[in-house]
Design a protein around this ligand. Structure first.
Ligand SMILES: [Zn+2]
Length: 255
C-alpha cells in the first residue's frame, strides 16, 4: 500500500504534480499547462521514472494548468476524475460559471499575468474520456484501494464543480486547487484564486477538517498543516469576489 513515504513531487511550471506508487506502475495526480509537457518529461527523468510506468492519471479538476497535456498521456493511462469533469474536459476551457476571482488584488495580478503571458487564456486542448476511465460521483473509498493505494477520494467542489482531493491513510491530502499556499501576499489566506461557489468552497474545507487530513499538498505552493484551513475558514464573503463581465463572459480583458 502506498503511504506518504512513497510520494514523489514534480514541479511542472507553476503546478505541483504528484506520483503515487500503485500495485502496477504509478498514479500521476494532475498534469500542467499544454506547453509544459517537455518540462514534465524532464522532471520524470529527474526522479528516474519512465513515462511508460505511469498507468493512472487522477485529475483533481479540469483547469488549463492541470489538464494541459492529458492527450499526450491518454493512450497509456486510465484517467480517474469526478463524473462532472467529463463534459468540462470536452469543452476545452475553464468553467467560468458562478463565483469569480477571490479579491481585487488577485484580479489585478491575474490581469498583469495575462499581459506577460498572452498564451494564458484559460483554455486547453479538449479531452475525451473513454468508457474504461474511472469516474467517481462523490466521496469514493474503493477506487484507489483497488489500485493498491491506501487512500480515499474526497469530492471537494467550490473552486470548480469537479474538484476532487486524494486523502492517504497517513493523513496526507492532495487537494488540487481546493486550497493553495501562494501567493500569500495576494491576501488569499489559503483560499483558491478562482471560485465557482464560495459556500461549497468552505463546505469542502469543513469536510477536509472533519477528515483525517493533517498535511496538505496543494497544486500551487508549499505543503501546509490542515489547521491553516480552520484559521481562515469564512474569511471571505461573496461580496469580495470579482465577477466576470455578464456580457462578454470574461474577467474583464483576460481569460
Ligand atoms: Zn484550478
Amino acid at each position: 500500500m502506498t503511504d506518504g513515504r512513497t510520494v514523489i513531487s514534480l514541479s511542472v511550471g507553476p503546478t505541483n504534480c504528484y506520483l503515487l506508487k500503485t500495485d502496477g506502475g504509478y498514479l500521476l495526480i494532475d498534469t500542467g499547462y499544454e506547453w509544459e509537457y517537455r518540462t514534465f518529461r524532464d522532471r520524470l527523468a529527474d526522479v528516474g521514472v519512465d513515462v511508460d510506468e505511469v498507468e493512472y492519471l487522477l485529475l483533481t479538476h479540469h483547469h488549463d494548468d492541470h489538464v494541459g497535456f492529458v492527450n499526450e498521456l491518454l493512450d497509456e493511462v486510465t484517467v480517474i476524475a469526478h463524473e462532472s469533469a467529463d463534459e468540462l474536459l470536452r469543452a476545452g476551457e475553464n468553467d467560468r460559471s458562478g463565483g469569480g476571482l477571490l479579491n481585487r488584488r488577485v484580479y489585478y495580478l491575474a490581469k498583469l499575468r495575462s499581459w506577460i503571458t498572452p498564451e494564458w487564456d484559460l483554455t486547453f486542448p479538449p479531452v475525451t474520456l473513454r468508457d474504461d476511465d474511472l469516474l467517481v460521483d462523490g466521496d469514493d473509498d474503493r477506487t484507489l484501494r483497488e489500485l493498491g493505494i491506501g487512500g480515499t477520494i474526497l469530492h471537494t467542489p467550490g473552486h470548480t464543480p469537479d474538484s476532487i482531493s486524494v486523502l492517504l491513510d497517513d493523513g496526507t491530502l492532495f487537494c488540487g486547487d481546493a486550497a493553495m499556499s501562494r501567493p500569500l501576499w495576494a491576501g488569499i489566506r489559503y483560499h483558491t484564486i478562482f471560485i465557482t461557489d464560495l459556500e461549497q468552497h468552505y463546505e469542502s474545507w469543513r469536510k477536509i477538517l472533519d477528515s483525517t487530513a493533517e498535511r496538505i499538498y496543494p497544486a500551487h505552493g508549499e505543503p501546509f498543516d490542515a489547521e491553516r484551513l480552520r484559521e481562515n475558514l469564512g474569511a471571505y464573503s461573496d461580496d469580495a469576489l470579482i465577477e466576470k463581465d455578464p456580457i462578454t463572459d470574461r474577467y474583464d480583458d483576460f481569460g
